[in-house]
Design a protein around this ligand. Structure first.
Ligand code: NAD
Length: 488
């Protein structure tokens, strides 16, 4: 079967890239090419920005309820083809189909619906000014206005979920968009682009330019008419984007890497269900979630018993064909990433760590024989400063670290250049609240992991993030305020 040929969406039309250049898109579970992605260039970005600039005044003055209706319609069209989207997402990224079906695509739909509602409810503030002096009463009110054309750049690990997490608030707030999904997982965004035409978005409002980061991504960030860039990806790329954007005083929101701690105290309720969540927090989506807890801190008094129960569960995780219901872990997203993660496991051994389980690739027979699978891996015995404990691996590798007391747990957890998310497992409420204030992370989960309410702020501190997404924070990022003062 010839590979699926994806297109860009520019000015309301599905288009091949200007230079007719294409990138191979692999199915990670099979290790073979199944699609071709436009290898677009700056001329495609120029065309998309041009279209978005023409569409911007009309979209900004479109009543919020009409913008909301189009986002709702797009959500409904995706929902009506949920199975197709889930299969495509799983095939493109290597993640278990069941995960794409129950998490990625439903959450992408929720993003569109949530921000459709946000468009309708975003208000402005007003203040009556009374100075006490005669004749100086005034009312101040704030206009919250879209920025114009904005850029949205997203990664490969939760492709449609994070793509919609950016384009939905950008469009809801009245901006026109030039978006770039990851070239490694471009398929579902391309399908969304097709459906946006069916939904009835005016041409030029949503543009999708597929291609590589250093060409298309860079051109989006550098373009003088792009007023803001919302980026999710690695810290290295984020730092580069921030530097380029700074030269133009461009607004940026950066969601980047993590090296998240999960902290288990001796008094934690370690029911089977909670233990399952702790295991999932390390290995869901093959550990390819920025929020995964890759440093598992366990109080020394329960360390030995906890470790055995934990390892039993990790060893029982099934690595296999993403299409099989029984597969807990699918394939790593690309051959390059697979090799990188295997290299990190080798490094963990070289640093003196003991591999307690996993530690190698997994061969899956049949159609997945050439796929990029890695066994869930647990390592212990590494010092805090070891690279394995400091650098993001973004794969199924968890480092076990014992601690004696709360202050040591806090010191180990905060000893990181990252600050995305932490989870704390304890039944001591005072400790939970105390630690929540002291852990230097944008998100702290108490006795849970990855529970998300779209109204809450999402983002990291230190080198994990700049700015917040979600709820009103996203609507604020994609708008600017103007204050009007009327004397009466
Ligand atoms: P990446 O930085 O390589 O790429 C992310 C996106 O940026 C891609 O679309 C890529 O094409 C583009 N890009 C690359 N170079 C660019 C450049 N010079 N200019 C503009 N755009 C460029 O990241 P990745 O490997 O796709 O994703 C994995 C990373 O994403 C991990 O570090 C992970 O922690 C992070 N991530 C963070 C969050 C979060 O919310 N904090 C969520 C998911 C993933």
């Amino acid at each position: 079967m010839s590979p699926l040929r994806l297109t860009n969406l520019i000015d309301g039309r599905l288009q091949a890239p200007h230079h007719d250049a294409w990138l191979d898109v692999h199915e990670p579970a099979a290790g073979s090419v199944f699609a071709l992605c436009p290898d677009s260039s700056s001329s495609d970005v120029d065309a998309a920005v041009d279209a978005a600039s023409h569409a911007a005044p009309g979209w900004a003055s479109t009543p919020a309820d009409q913008r909301a209706r189009l986002l709702q319609k797009l959500a409904q069209l995706i929902e009506s083809r949920l199975e197709e989207f889930a299969a495509l997402e799983s095939r493109d990224s290597g993640k278990p189909l069941v995960l794409a079906r129950t998490v990625d695509i439903p959450r992408a739909i929720s993003n569109l619906r949530y921000f459709a509602a946000a468009a309708m409810t975003m208000g402005s503030e007003s203040h009556t000014m009374e100075t006490g002096l005669p004749g100086t009463g005034a009312i101040n009110y704030t206009l919250r206005q879209p920025l114009g054309v904005v850029g949205c750049i997203s990664p490969w690990n939760l492709p449609l979920y994070l793509f919609t997490w950016k384009i939905a608030p950008a469009l809801a707030a009245g901006n026109t968009v030039v978006a770039k999904p990851s070239e490694i997982t471009p398929c579902t965004a391309a399908l969304l682009g097709e459906l946006s035409i069916e939904a009835g978005f005016p041409k030029g409002v949503l543009n999708i330019v597929q291609g590589r980061g250093p060409s298309v991504g860079q051109a989006i960030v550098e373009h003088a008419l792009i007023k803001a860039v919302s980026f999710t990806g690695s810290t290295a790329t984020g730092s580069h984007i921030a530097a380029v954007a700074a030269t133009q005083f461009k607004k940026v929101s950066l969601e980047m890497g993590g090296k998240n701690p999960a902290i288990v105290f001796a008094d934690a309720d370690l029911s089977d269900a909670n233990l399952d969540t702790i295991v999932r927090s390390g290995f869901a989506n093959q550990g390819e979630i920025c929020l995964c807890g890759s440093r598992l801190l366990v109080q020394r008094s329960i360390y030995e018993t906890f470790r055995e129960r934990y390892l039993d569960r990790v060893r029982a995780l099934a690595v296999g064909d993403p299409n099989e219901r029984t597969s807990d872990l699918g394939a790593m997203v690309s051959e390059a990433h697979y090799n990188k993660v295997l290299g990190c496991i080798e490094r963990a051994s070289a640093e003196g760590g003991t591999i307690l389980c996993g530690g190698d690739s997994v061969r899956v027979a049949g159609r997945c024989e050439s796929g990029w699978f890695i066994a869930p891996t647990v390592v212990e015995g590494l010092p805090r400063a070891a690279q394995t404990n400091q650098q993001e691996i973004f794969g199924p590798v968890v480092s076990l670290i014992p601690f004696d007391d709360e202050s040591e747990a806090l010191a180990i957890a905060n000893d990181s250049r990252y600050g995305l998310a932490a989870s704390v497992w304890t039944q001591d409420l005072s400790r939970a609240h105390r630690l929540s204030g002291q852990l230097d992370f944008g998100i702290v989960w108490i006795n849970c992991w990855m529970m998300r309410d779209l109204r809450t702020p999402f983002g990291g501190s230190k080198q994990s993030g700049m700015g917040r997404e979600g709820g009103i924070e996203a609507m604020h990022f994609f708008t600017q305020t103007r204050n009007i003062c009327v004397r009466y």
